[in-house]
Design a protein around this ligand. Structure first.
Ligand code: ZN
Length: 291
């Protein structure tokens, strides 16, 4: 009898501990991000920590995509610089990102057409323009020296950002000027896409396409998410964790305390997060290495 009571007591205590442990463990298991932007942010966290998961790069995924076709979760317009490959710095795999790269992350007809294809035909719900620190194309534009071949044409794409920064912040020089132009160039590329593409404009207004602009920091690996121009801020993608972009920025890029965009981004989007999450949460949520 004594032994039986002992067993019962141990069982009850054991069960109690079990419940307690269960309760303690549950909150630590973070739910996977639901939105495309959340998935990119999560992937970038892996990259920053040096803990890449290399998802969806196996032969099964390759065959599945070849058979079923692509359904990328985001379009990323990035610089051609070899140090900023979007698939690696967002820790994504085959079929995840529709990437358009051009030095200085500027866009003209061919890039716009590529993006329109992804928006209109692949129904991609997020468009990201990604600049990066120490961008050679932006530095060349700021330096203003004569360039050979087709390079002057590329400079024409970046010049509006330089003119805008010089007009609004004439005191900026050297590195601070370059950094500001890098950020402004990202914003103007987004605005340029909106103004020049009826397809992009329509999908944004319908709430089917969200946008985000960021600056990738070469040494830290982090991405600073920017405040967008007012004309298009209505479609700004919403970070999943309040204050997440602020953490992601980590430091001042432009040497000025005017990062109102963090507050803006944390405020959230007024439009249509729902549409995307619904369409894109499922295909990318399950299986190994979800976004
Ligand atoms: Zn660059």
């Amino acid at each position: 009898m004594k032994a039986l009571i002992k067993v019962l007591v141990v069982s009850v205590v054991g069960a109690g501990i079990g419940v307690g442990v269960g309760r303690m463990l549950a909150p630590t298991g973070e739910p996977p991000p639901k939105t495309s932007l959340g998935k990119l942010q999560k992937g970038n966290e892996h990259f920053v920590k040096g803990k890449l998961t290399h998802p969806r790069q196996d032969p099964e995924t390759r065959q599945k995509l070849a058979y079923e076709g692509q359904s990328p979760m985001a379009i990323v317009v990035a610089c051609a610089d070899s140090r900023v490959p979007p698939e690696i710095l967002f820790d994504q795999g085959l079929g995840d990102l529709f990437v358009v790269r051009c030095a200085g992350n500027v866009v003209d007809d061919y890039q716009i057409a590529s993006i329109e294809y992804a928006v209109a035909h692949l129904k991609v719900p997020l468009l990201v323009v990604l600049g990066h620190s120490d961008c050679g194309a932006v530095k060349a534009c700021v330096a203003g020296k004569p360039l050979e071949g087709h390079l002057p044409k590329l400079m024409q794409g970046i010049e509006p950002a330089l003119r805008k920064v010089k007009a609004t912040r004439p005191h900026l020089k050297d590195k601070a000027l370059v950094e500001r132009v890098i950020a402004e160039n990202v914003r103007l590329t987004l605005l340029n896409l909106y103004k020049r593409s009826e397809i992009i404009q329509t999908q944004m207004k319908k709430g089917k396409l969200e946008i985000a602009g960021g600056v990738y920091h070469l040494s830290e690996g982090t991405i600073e998410w920017l405040k967008l121009p007012e004309e298009i801020a209505f479609a700004e993608a919403k970070p999943e964790k309040p204050g997440a972009p602020k953490e992601a920025h980590g430091h001042e890029v432009h040497g000025e305390k005017e990062h109102a965009h963090e507050e803006k981004a944390a405020e959230g989007v007024k439009h249509s997060q729902k549409a995307h999450s619904e369409k894109h949460a499922d295909p990318h949520a399950g299986g190994k290495g979800s976004h």
